[in-house]
Design a protein around this ligand. Structure first.
Ligand code: JFZ
Length: 588
């Protein structure tokens, strides 16, 4: 019970952070300030602190999940935790190496934890002796060196600063195992530690790209405003992340590991960690492969945002081998294909079975993740005059023609890159935003998906993000169709079926006992396919969410044409499910 109550409060704390920055139309001055950020597309997050020392293990016990929360999870008293500093000695830290690694990985900005929730300053501070220079045998300020190297390399530097949670301070947020929450005076903490330390960061390290605040928790609107104002007083051009709280900030951060549905206007960033933990964890091996990173970066760019991808260096200052290897591999891809990422703007069409697109004036970048069997793809754009069409990586031409149905490409049997092969289309004419084209079903792909992002919803049905986690704090997100409760709540898709034949239709969803046994109907081509919802597990955002793939229909198409697929409840009742996607497979 106590565990649940605590979990509940942590939830509230974390959730207070999901608020996004105000997306009112940006003024020219604001546009100028965020220009570098909007063009950067790829940043490196670094979570480094005393937590790296323990790497997820404390007193022989392994804490699976995000390692920088060790103090909270093991309820280590602040006085005890303080002693960790005496052993922290990152003798292998080399700022020049870190920055050249970032540069070779194609990184345009770095955001590093200057102070995480543990309260330990990774920089020299006159405000609190709990800092790397005064409390460790290392005695040096790594942030100084990093700032100097970033400046040399032309990489923007940002500092993460936990402005509300500080588990070291009696008046800081979060630590209720040492300090009574009801007796806390947060304004005292802001005035005596947080704001003075932010001043140090903004006045001692040269020009900063941004301050990355986090978990605003109990902060009031006034307090968030004050933090924002202080940053601008000291560095007017320094950007502030939306996690300063209360809808403020210069750009939007989504939840940890969350890619928003569809295209998002205004500057924003998706944050992911390379494996599952932000801080170094010696037993977290779930590293994203180069292919996964490249596709994630491309997908986020196509939605108009940046990817801030995290690494967790070890206590000695070494970056984990697999992070080095896979970031550098991504960098190699970016050396050849970076033009299709940096400085691009969002896609003007929805994702296609073959991949996604990004744009620059007069240039359309076609990112091919998967080629159809016959190599023919049609991009739903109209009226362009083609000048040249070629592979970005080797400049070799690609056969292309403007047809009434769109821009047609003939791809070779082997793509130049299996992760993301980029075709550049140089054109004149105007490409207009059009997300309203039908989905394409074709026998040229082994399977393809209908995603919630561009679904049409009616009644109470919504397109919403469902959050869950695996071990602890390693959040996962899935955009789902939700709230299908009565026959007037409906989700539908327009589908252009290209070839005749049978198509197997499968729903991928999660449902708990509240939905178990509810009946739904999938409707297509005048046929009704009823199905019953199966329970996949109880929903708890702190637990894994199980997804089921349930085949509910086989559609026999005798006439290739436009079809409408609908899903709705058979009768009024409880919510059907969290529908993640619909999978269609041509029957062979
Ligand atoms: C926070 C931190 O607690 C965590 O240690 C890490 O630094 C991460 C980048 O940020 O965790 C959060 C904050 C906000 C949400 C989830 C986790 N959120 O809004 O869903």
């Amino acid at each position: 019970m106590i565990k649940q109550i605590i979990a509940f409060f942590i939830c509230i704390l974390l959730y207070a952070a999901t608020v996004s920055a105000q997306s009112a139309v940006a003024t020219p001055a604001e546009n100028l300030k965020t220009k570098w950020f909007r063009e950067a597309r790829f940043g490196m997050f670094i979570h480094w602190g005393l937590f790296a020392q323990h790497a997820g293990t404390y007193k022989g016990k392994k804490y699976y999940g995000i390692s920088e929360w060790l103090q909270e999870r093991a309820k280590i008293p602040a006085k005890e935790y303080e002693k960790f500093a005496a052993e922290f000695n990152p003798v292998d830290f080399n700022a020049a190496q870190w920055v050249s690694f970032a540069k070779a990985s194609g990184i345009k900005y770095i955001v590093i934890t200057a102070k995480h929730h543990e309260g330990f300053a990774m920089f020299k501070s006159m405000v609190s002796a709990f800092n790397i220079v005064d409390a460790t045998p290392y005695k040096k300020d790594p942030m100084k060196e990093l700032a100097a190297e970033c400046k040399k390399a032309g990489i923007r530097l940002g500092f993460y600063y936990s402005q509300f949670q500080d588990w070291h301070e009696p008046n800081g947020g979060g630590n209720d195992w040492d300090f009574d929450n009801t007796k806390k005076d947060y304004p005292v903490y802001y005035a005596t530690k947080a704001i003075p330390q932010i001043k140090e960061l903004l006045t001692n390290y040269g020009d900063l790209g941004l301050i990355w605040f986090d978990t605003p928790g109990d902060m009031t609107q006034e307090q968030s405003k004050e933090f924002l104002k202080k940053v601008k007083d000291w560095q007017p051009n320094c950007l502030v992340s939306s996690r300063v709280g209360n809808g403020l900030g210069d750009y939007t951060d989504f939840g940890d590991g969350e890619v928003p549905a569809g295209v998002v206007k205004g500057p924003w960033e998706a944050i992911f960690t390379h494996n599952d933990s932000w801080g170094y964890s010696s037993f977290d091996n779930n590293f994203k492969t180069p292919k996964e990173i490249i596709r994630l970066l491309t997908t986020i760019s196509s939605k108009g945002g940046n990817l801030l991808l995290n690494i967790g260096p070890m206590a000695n200052g070494k970056i984990p081998d697999l992070s080095q290897k896979y970031f550098l591999e991504t960098g190699k891809w970016l050396i050849k294909n970076g033009q299709s990422i940096y400085g691009t703007t969002c896609s003007l069409i929805k994702p296609q079975p073959w991949g996604v697109t990004t744009n620059k004036p007069g240039k359309l970048f076609i990112h091919i993740f998967q080629s159809p069997l016959n190599g023919k793809i049609t991009i739903p754009v109209k009226g362009l005059t083609l000048h040249s069409v070629y592979w970005l990586s080797n400049k070799k031409p690609v056969a292309a023609a403007m047809k009434s149905t769109g821009l047609q490409l003939q791809l070779p049997p082997l793509l130049p890159d299996t992760r993301d092969a980029v075709v550049v289309v140089e054109y004149s004419g105007t490409m207009v935003e059009n997300y309203d084209t039908p989905e394409v079903w074709s026998r040229q792909y082994p399977e393809f998906y209908l995603l919630p992002d561009y679904a049409t919803v009616k009644g109470n049905a919504t397109i919403s993000t469902v959050t869950y986690s695996h071990y602890f704090g390693d959040w996962k997100h899935a955009v789902c169709i939700k709230n299908l409760q009565s026959p007037t709540d409906e989700v539908s898709f327009e589908i252009q079926v290209k070839e005749k034949g049978d198509y197997k239709i499968t729903l991928e969803y999660a449902a708990d006992k509240n939905s178990e046994g509810e009946e739904g109907i999938l409707e297509i081509a005048g046929q009704q396919f009823p199905f019953q919802v199966l329970k996949t597990g109880e929903y708890d955002e702190w637990k894994p969410l199980s997804w089921i793939r349930q085949t509910v229909a086989i559609l026999s198409v005798t006439q290739p044409r436009l079809y409408t697929l609908k899903i709705k409840p058979a009768r009024a009742g409880r919510e059907l499910f969290n529908l993640k996607r619909i999978i269609a497979e041509p029957v062979e």
